[in-house]
Design a protein around this ligand. Sequence first.
Ligand code: DGL
Length: 275
Amino acid sequence: MNREERKSAPIGVFDSGVGGLTVAREIMRHLPNENIVYFGDTARVPYGSKSKDNIIRFSRQIIRFLETKEVKAIVIACNTASALALEVVREEVEIPIIGVVEPGARAALEATKTKKIGVIGTEATIRSAMYEKIIQGIDPEVTVMGKACPLFVPLVEEGFAKHTVTEEIIDFYLASFLKTDIDALILGCTHYPLLRSRIRAYVGERIALVNPAYETAMDLRNLLQVHDMENTDTNQEHGMYSFYVSDAADKFKQFANSILPFDIETTKQINIEEY
Ligand code: DGL
């Protein structure tokens, strides 16, 4: 690939399913020239309850698939895969890869004054303590309190974000944070930004809500600049976006159309086990 070809090559973005669209959405907003190939592993979601070995295996397969699309960089939009697989897969490929955990951790450090940070995520993300490791690697004086909130994912996927039951579940998971003096809470799962206003209403203004998706888009911009890989073609209104899933393409499309700023036309189903 020559320099010009590399600049116009797409960014590979992947997630366990639809949730990573919250990250793709931030990339579309803030890096509008970039082309994106998105893969959602809808056949094997959720990753949050899977073992590290399987999450690494799934991530390797997806990266091999994205390589066939000649992506110039890869964003692991899934917090669980970022926490459990990024360190391993980063060593195995030449394409630059970033995840969402590091950018989220850095943003939380910038937001906290009390040096007490809360993190919510899937069982696997919280068990990995990866947010804590990164935060304390930068500032060992910071205390990190993690809480797995597994019911938030199905609530969002079933369209219950605005439903009254969601309030009770938010209270169930987040009540313990209110008794602490955390002043930053990391929304450490792709789906949680879609509950942001409900969580904000519950925790009040004292606690900053950190969305790693936005910070990841900013990190991606830096990465592209450093590698001289930004797409400078401004002839198109926005980049070209293609979507691939491992199952239930129609359901994916419906969800995507409810959260992206425009309607997507096609989603292709592929057999990811072949990669
Ligand atoms: N995408 C996952 C994450 O951000 C949430 C859904 C799942 O468990 O796979 O951790």
